[in-house]
Design a binder for this molecule. Structure first.
Ligand code: ADP
Length: 193
């Protein structure tokens, strides 16, 4: 099964993706994690994207399409994967469909985690107050910018996947366990759990 976790920055996609990995053995394919790893490693890709990530802009489509294609061809994705933070633009979604079709696969479902902007901002502020290790793009200012990018470039994908009949929307403001339970109902049916 190939799933897309969809939603604004800070919606909880990574948290749910990790749970899907643990419970269902579907690897989490997070382009954000892959790009941050490239920055940390100082690779040519990392050097190219570092300032883009810091500003909260989108990395060029061809770069993320390339890294996701290479990652998907690893053996652990043979039975599917959870795409987290990808696709973020219509060209990325089209490239993903093409890549999967060439392998006899498809996106089965797109799970949208719906969270109000005010809640996203308060989550970031809570993380700052808690004083944990923060990403360089985890500031209220950059989050506002990333949200703007989300509404402009990424939210149009909701119609793209709705038209394919694949979109399921969940309340991302519910507690983590309740979101996980709602995901299980979608994947396994109402008798799940
Ligand atoms: P979040 O969902 O919290 O915004 P991510 O970890 O998914 O964070 O992404 C962090 C940053 O990495 C983005 O702001 C963007 O710069 C870059 N990025 C990640 N995925 C993509 C993508 N699919 N297309 C373009 N840029 C991306």
């Amino acid at each position: 099964m190939n799933l897309v976790l969809f939603g604004p920055p800070g919606a909880g996609k990574g948290t749910q993706a990790k749970l899907l990995t643990d419970k269902r053995g579907l690897p989490q394919l997070s382009t954000g994690d892959m790009l941050r790893a490239a920055v940390a490693a100082g690779s040519p890709l990392g050097l190219r994207v570092k300032s883009i990530l810091e500003k909260g802009e989108l990395v060029p489509d061809e770069l993320v399409i390339d890294i996701i294609g290479q990652r998907y061809d690893q053996p652990d994705c043979a039975h599917g994967a959870v795409f987290d933070g990808f696709p973020r633009t219509i060209p990325q979604a089209e490239a993903l469909d093409t890549m999967l079709a060439a392998r006899g696969k498809q996106i089965d479902l797109v799970l949208e985690l719906k969270v109000d902007d005010a809640v996203l901002l308060s989550r970031v502020e809570a993380r700052i107050k808690a004083g944990g290790v923060l990403r360089s793009d985890d500031t209220p200012e950059t989050l506002k910018h990333r949200l703007g990018v989300y509404y402009k470039n990424t939210a149009p994908l909701l119609d793209f996947y709705r038209a394919q009949g694949k979109l399921r929307t969940l309340d991302g403001m519910a507690p983590v366990g309740a979101v996980t339970a709602a995901v299980a109902v979608i994947l396994d049916g109402p008798t799940a759990g």
